[in-house]
Every structure is written in C-alpha cells, then in structure tokens.
Design a protein. Structure first.
Length: 250
C-alpha cells in the first residue's frame, strides 16, 4: 500500500468538493432541513487548536446529517464588530475595517485546508453593513415599541479598551482582556425593558425542549424575574397603632 500523502490527497478532494458544490446549501423540499452553526470566531488573524476542535465537531455533525439524507445549511460567520479592532487599528496606524477584513482573509485561508463542510458562499461578518443594518432596524423597532429606554447608570469602564464591561468581564477588579484596573463611571446607557417581558420570556423557555438544561437555567437567571416577599411586623410598646392598622406591612 502506498504511503498516504495528506497534502496531496486532501487538496485533491477538497478541490473536487469545491467544484461540485457538495456543501452548498440549496432549496430542496424533498429532504428534511438541518442547520449547523458554530460559535463565530473573533478574527484575530490566526486560528488555533481551539478553532480546530470547535469546527471539527460541527463538521462531524454536518457530514453525518448530509450522509443521512438531510439538506444541510452550514454557514460561516465572524464576530468582527468591537473595540479590539479599533484599538488594534490605532496601535498600527490603520483603519479598523482594513485590519478586520485582512484578518478574516488570513483565517479563512488557514481554515479552508482543514476541509470543513462549510458553505463558504454563506459567509458574513458582523461588521458587514448588511448584517448590522438589520440589527439597527430591529433596535429601532424595539425603541418605537417602548421596549428600550435611555438613562444614566454606573458602569464598569476599561480605560485601556475604552469600553463598558459586563460584571462577568471583570476579574479581580481588572478587565478580562486588557488586565487594566476597572473604573466605576456614570454614563448614559441604553436599557432593554426585560422586566416588562419577564413572564413571556420565562414561559418561552419551557418550549426549548432540545436546549441543554444548564443553558435554560442560565437564561432564566439572566432574565432575573424577582417575586419578592411580603410580611407584616406587629407593633409593640405603649404607642397604639393607627386606626385600621394591626402592624407595619413591608
């Protein structure tokens, strides 16, 4: 048996797959649909073994579903809209758009030789106007419906990344990415009126039967509905209670 040459054999079949469009998602009502989507990678410019592990697992599922007759949609997205891109661009004296899209091109070139069953015609980045434009439209719809409000609030401020951090992104008083001491600042913030939707959101969780229990619990805790407690304290001492009151209710 001849020696297996990965570089030769892999590139041969990957080229054949690309020419035949074997992973390209097409409308086909005769087959059951299946959607495979992994977490979007941040386009740092280099992939690592964590990327290989993540997308290999998705690849196995996608290939299994293709082999069992499913019409699989397996797209690719890039988590490419954030402060790190702007900070990196300032550090090198370029434009964040150029820096980001060059990194995406580099990482795409590193990922394609892995032979993943991704439909690269369905690729997008969250910094594409076609993507964030839809998010902005959705935000405006929520604003018009009264589900969004603006007010001042004290936040965690990272003086290096120059951005607001969630509590989970502050570790021992420092920014999770920059390592800088986090400051407490009062800034104007947008708020979603989650409390007014809490009951509806919690009820909807019951319908997510195929979601892991720990994920549903995290969502329930994030929604954070609070029922509170009502109690009554009896009055003691010489002072008489006001008429109609047996105690103080809180």
């Amino acid at each position: 048996m001849s020696r297996y040459s990965a570089a030769e054999i892999e590139s041969k079949w990957q080229e054949a797959w690309e020419k035949s469009g074997i992973f390209k998602a097409m409308r086909d009502s005769s087959r059951p649909k299946y959607y495979v989507l992994e977490m979007f990678p941040y386009p740092s410019g280099r992939i690592h073994m964590g990327h290989v592990r993540n997308y290999t697992m998705g690849d196995v599922i996608a290939r299994f579903k293709i082999a069992t007759g499913h019409n699989v949609l397996h797209p690719m997205g890039w988590d490419a809209f954030g402060m790190p891109a702007e900070n990196a661009a300032m550090a090198i004296g370029g434009h964040p758009k150029d820096w980001t899209y060059q990194n995406i091109a580099d990482m795409r070139g590193q990922m394609k030789p892995l032979g993943l069953s991704i439909d690269w015609s369905r690729e997008f980045a969250t910094c594409d106007p076609e993507y964030y434009g839809q998010q902005q439209a959705l935000f405006l719809d929520m604003l018009e419906a009264g589900l969004v409000a603006r007010k001042n609030a004290v936040v965690n401020w990272d003086p290096v990344d120059m951005t607001v951090l969630a509590n989970e992104q502050v570790i021992d008083g420092k920014g999770w990415r920059s390592g800088a001491e986090v400051e407490r600042r009062e800034l104007t913030q947008w708020f979603f009126r989650i409390s007014s939707m809490a009951e509806e959101l919690l009820d909807a969780l019951d319908g997510l039967e195929d979601w892991p229990a720990k994920v549903r619990l995290m969502q329930e805790n994030w929604i954070g509905k609070s029922r509170g407690l009502q109690m009554s304290f009896a009055l003691t001492g010489d002072s008489a209670a006001p008429a109609g009151f047996d105690g103080i209710e809180v």
